[in-house]
Write a protein that binds this ligand. Sequence first.
Ligand SMILES: [Zn+2]
Length: 284
Amino acid sequence: MPLENMKAMLSKAAGKKYAVGAFNILDYNSTKAVVQAAEEANAPVIIQTSAKTVIFWGAAPIISWVKELAGPSNVPIALHLDHCKDLNLIKECIESGWTSVMIDASSKPFEENLALSRQVVQMARPKDVTVEAELGAIVGVEDDIHVKEQEAHLADPEQAIKFCVEVKPDCFAPAIGTAHGVYKGVPRIAYELLEEIAKKTAVPIALHGGTGLADDVFKKCISLGCAKVNISTQLKYAFIDGFVAYHEAHNTEYNPLKVIDAQFHQLKAGIIEKIKLFGSSGKA
Ligand SMILES: [Zn+2]
C-alpha cells in the first residue's frame, strides 16, 4: 500500500482506545524489522525518523527503502519525522515523501511555538501531510531534573487548549512527565493532566519517552487518550545488543549477514511485543 499519513490511523486508535506504535528506525534493517513486525501483528504502524537520522543518510535513501518495504505491505504505514526544530528539514521531508512531520518548537516562548507550529501546518496540509506539535518540555532523563523542575516543564492545560484550537495539529505532544532516554527511577506521570488535555483538545495525544515505562503505565496512558506511542531508545539498545550478542556467541565466525539477521530478529521481536501491548495488533 502507498504510505499513509497519521490522520486515519490515529483517529481510529483514539476512538477504540488503542495506540499506534511509532518506532524510530536507523537504517534499512531496522526499517524492515518495523514493517515485518507490523505485518506479522496485522497492525498499523508509524516508521519514525529522528532529524539526526535524516541528516545522517539524507532523505532520498530513507524514502527509497521505506517505499520499497512498505509498498508491497498490506498494513497502514506512515513515515513520520520526529522532533524537528528546523523548518528547512521539515520542508525537505514533506517534499521527499514523508507523510507526517513533527515540529518541536517547545523550547520557544508560547506565542512563538504557536506561530511556528501553525506555519508548519500551513506548509504540510496542502500536501496531505499530518503534523504533530509539542507543548511544554519533554525532558531527557539525562537532564536529571528534580521534581519541582519537572512540574514546571509540564504542559499547561489552558495553553494546551488555545494551542490546539489555533494550530489544529493532527497529533499533540504535551509534556506530561515522561522523559527521553532510560529512566533511572520511577517516572511520575501527570495522569490527570493527560486526561484533561486529551478530553478538552480532542486531539490524539502522542506519548514520548516510551522506553522503560511499565506495561500498566502504557495501558493507563492509552486509556486516557494517547493514540501514538514513541519507541526509540529500546530500538537503539536492540540494534546494538542484537549485533554484539551474536558476535560474542560466534566470535570466530565473521559472517556479517548472520549478524545483521540476528539484529533484525531482536529488533522485530521487541517491536511485536510493543504492538501487542499497545492493543494495535489485528487493527490494520
Ligand atoms: Zn520525543
